[in-house]
Design a protein around this ligand. Sequence first.
Ligand SMILES: [Zn+2]
Length: 111
Amino acid sequence: MALKRTCPNCDGDGCVFCRESGLVWFGILEDILGLVLAYEILDATDATEYNALSDANKDAYGLIISCGMVNLLDGSPSRTKLWNIFGEGTDTRTNLEILVTFFEIPEEPEP
Ligand SMILES: [Zn+2]
């Protein structure tokens, strides 16, 4: 099942995450399995921050991205590693935090 819901990043105003539509598709991959496509992580990555990484962290990042689909549920190895690579306050971490807010199950609408 896939739903469209108001973009949690811009609250419907339009932004890069929802391609200016104000809406995001919210499907079973995201809300049940916590998977994101690798390109979403790539899009969330700040180029300057990536370039500043150590070779070991670049290798780890490349390995995660190469999976194609990445488990970013809280506590998953990939999320833990990415969160270690991009520390608190970095643009990349901020963007990744926005990505995982998409996992939150929307509340049932009032009848
Ligand atoms: Zn948006």
